[in-house]
Design a protein around this ligand. Structure first.
Ligand code: SOE
Length: 394
């Protein structure tokens, strides 16, 4: 039995459930230098949180996140709450010497993100580790894609094309949630799922977006309010009162990368028929890679140096022992799911904590995403004019 790593998790929604699963499984499938212990679950409603603590496997529950920061016997704070609470909780936890895992996007604006980066860097000098939960980076097929791009196997990157499409808000009577309130979520589709595409694109290419031209749209201006919070895709009574939506339903933007590549990005939660279609394709002068979450164990790779007459997009099953994380799971060909990305996220974080090393995506990586989000919103608010990521209007 290795030294425990006592976890306090703030939040009991979809990401809370998913992170709890990851904390429970990581050390049971991977050799870890420290063993996560689910010590404290924090949620606003005491009864619901106590029930969730039992269901998730936490030893105790509380209704105030400050209990997690104050307790000397908590080693890491895992933030799975709406974006308007990320900065306050992370800053307090880091100041108290707690390691921090914070869900994406890092914050609700660049100013908050910068405060979190500075606090994380100060804390790291004391051996405290922090990470932002852009979990798609932990997909074996995308790790393979990054290795191919880094090795130059697709050559000079010219195009990045990313779409993240969901449809849980297609129904105009899908109920109001915190994700539709700008003061809680920071933005709508853009920050919720567009942020994943931005992070994945910058991570795969090793290149930053330096300017955007964007449009954003809210198609459904009000949503019915439910007394009871419902999950994604729930339905409200027909006569429920309606509340104004203050975020985007959809965002589309072109992007310039520092290295000269062109990007085309789209994110929406009203793409009827797309439950969770997260796709990215990168074209270079010697080849291409393409990933579609709907076939998340596969990477499509086109090698233009193959012999003429034998070229084509090959579909690589990224579950072979040569692929990251694969040998901890099932024999080749049996595949992994969305939940495995979160277990991988915990594995890399726990190993980094044990070694005192930084682990990507760092808060600084996540703040670069936050700058792109801000530039997209600025461009969309000004008739899609080109906006540089540093905020000047080119
Ligand atoms: C809701 O759109 C959501 O849960 C996102 O918040 C997650 O980041 C995404 O992975 C799945 O959909």
């Amino acid at each position: 039995m290795t030294t425990p790593l006592r976890v306090a998790m703030i939040g009991t929604g979809f990401m809370g459930r998913m992170h709890a699963h990851a904390w429970r499984t990581a050390h049971r499938f991977f050799d870890l230098p420290r063993t996560p212990e689910l010590t404290l679950l924090v949620g606003r409603d005491p009864q619901r949180t106590a029930a969730a603590a039992t269901a998730f496997g936490f030893d105790a529950s509380a209704d105030d996140w400050r209990r997690a920061v104050e307790r000397y016997d908590i080693d890491i704070v895992d933030i799975c709450t709406p974006g308007d609470t990320h900065a306050e909780i992370a800053l307090a936890a880091l100041a108290a010497g707690k390691h921090v895992l914070c869900e994406k996007p890092l914050a609700n604006d660049v100013a908050e993100a910068d405060l979190m980066v500075a606090a994380a860097e100060r804390a790291h000098a004391r051996g405290v580790v922090s990470m932002c939960g852009f979990s798609y980076r932990r997909t074996p097929a995308l790790s393979l894609a990054r290795r191919l791009v880094e090795q130059g196997r697709i050559g000079e990157v010219r195009h990045v094309r990313a779409q993240y499409l969901q449809d849980w808000l297609s129904d105009p009577d899908a109920p109001f949630t915190w994700r539709l309130d700008k003061t809680r979520a920071g933005s709508g589709t853009l920050g919720d799922i567009g942020a994943h595409s931005i992070d994945t694109a910058q991570w795969l290419t090793g290149d930053d977006i330096v300017g955007v031209s964007a449009m954003m749209r809210t198609f459904v201006p009000t949503r019915p309010v439910l007394e009871e919070q419902v999950g994604l895709g729930g339905r409200a009574q027909a006569d429920a009162p309606r509340r104004s939506v203050t975020v985007d339903d959809a965002a589309a933007f072109t992007a310039r990368f520092a290295g000269g590549a062109m990007g085309v990005f789209e994110a929406t939660r009203l793409a009827t028929g797309h439950r969770n279609s997260n796709r990215i394709e990168i074209n270079g002068d010697r080849g291409s890679i393409a990933f579609d979450f709907r076939a998340m164990n596969e990477l499509e790779f086109y090698d233009a140096t193959d012999p003429a007459g034998e070229q084509g997009f090959r579909r690589i099953q990224a579950n072979e022992p040569e692929h990251p994380y694969a040998d901890a799971w099932w024999p080749a060909g049996h595949g992994l799911g969305y939940e495995h990305l979160f277990t991988h996220q915990v594995v890399d974080l726990v190993r980094a904590i044990a070694g005192g090393e930084a682990v990507s995506p760092t808060f600084a990586d996540a703040a670069r995403v936050q700058r792109v989000l801000a530039a997209v919103e600025q461009s969309a608010a000004r008739d899609s004019i080109h906006v540089t990521v540093e905020g000047e209007t080119a």
